[in-house]
Design a protein around this ligand. Sequence first.
Ligand SMILES: NC(=O)C1=CN([C@@H]2O[C@H](COP(=O)(O)OP(=O)(O)OC[C@H]3O[C@@H](n4cnc5c(N)ncnc54)[C@H](OP(=O)(O)O)[C@@H]3O)[C@@H](O)[C@H]2O)C=CC1
Ligand SMILES: O=C(CO)COP(=O)(O)O
Length: 338
Amino acid sequence: MVNKIERSVLEKIAVIGGGSWASALVKILSENKSQVHWWMRNENDVQHLTNYRHNPRYLSGVTYDLNYVKPSTDLRTAVEVADWVILAVPAAFIQEALSGLEKDALNGKVLISAIKGMIPKQNILITDYLGQQYGVPNSHQLVVAGPCHAEEVAMEKQSYLTIGSYDLATAERFCELLRNRYVKANPLEDLDGVEYCAVIKNIIALACGIARGLNYGDNFQAVLVSNAMQEIERFLHAAMPIHRDLNGSAYLGDLLVTAYSQFSRNRTFGNMIGHGYTVKSAQIEMNMVAEGYYAVQSIYELNKKLKVNMPITTAVYLILYERIAPAVEFEILKEKLT
Ligand SMILES: NC(=O)C1=CN([C@@H]2O[C@H](COP(=O)(O)OP(=O)(O)OC[C@H]3O[C@@H](n4cnc5c(N)ncnc54)[C@H](OP(=O)(O)O)[C@@H]3O)[C@@H](O)[C@H]2O)C=CC1
Ligand SMILES: O=C(CO)COP(=O)(O)O
């Protein structure tokens, strides 16, 4: 019988993406002695990692053990040698990032989406895209959810991850690869619900940031977030109606951390919009991706069919895409909250 550590040594994992979340996941997995084939698009970053054991532009304080981490710009090889493939590129760029792969390149592998966004224009979840484009069955798909900022992983602060799935046994195997001194991981049988919730909570965090930028206070934000939870519940009920406990950390927990944390990109982006930045200038200033900016368009479009009452999502959409002044739109929104 192979014990837990020995079995982990044998695990071969491809991590696709060179940003903050990929950097955090590579830290966790490689410290647990999985073999991580880490794809990033920038050759200079690969060279820097190989020479100095740090990712130069994201979580640059983390040191990687190159016995377990193999950085590369060669996507095909990274995927070919791996049994598990983790996607950690922002949703808007995932099609481009995977474009070098053959249609059958993901056959037999377990795909794990760590992405909290949707495919723009097609307005579909990442797991649906992987099914449609690469034929990955639901049983071979997992999603990483839960309130967890990369920056806190880098600092080894106690964190919790939930692995959403259709197949609890596979999710549990992946949880074993993640668990360590500062990470607890739990499987959950709700792939789509967890994935949609992670998308929508980013939109809500944008709203919280906008509110803060407009000088609304804690009283308003508490109402905004509790109304948001109801908005999420209505959406999930219409889109994926199964019984789920939305008080769980994969749902409410992730909403709270993103709405309140200093590390949230979405909240920071929203705050800049509330302060009067244009979308372009906020994107340039932040230099990281706020998924909610893209997601709000997808959810807004999708909701034209579902017709769920989503006042917060609608307000964020109108501000970001129809250029309605944040102060004007929030005057309207505040009358709709209870
Ligand atoms: N950061 C976090 O704490 C968490 C993030 N997530 C999710 O993880 C996903 C990744 O976000 P995160 O790591 O934070 O993003 P970052 O903003 O930290 O990094 C973005 C990454 O995407 C890369 N990129 C940009 N354009 C392209 C492209 N066209 N093709 C390939 N790669 C590209 C960037 O490369 P380059 O630097 O070369 O431009 C960079 O590596 C998102 O869906 C996010 O919601 C989930 C949980 C926590
Ligand atoms: O999903 C996250 C934390 O759980 C990250 O949120 P941000 O992208 O807003 O930083």
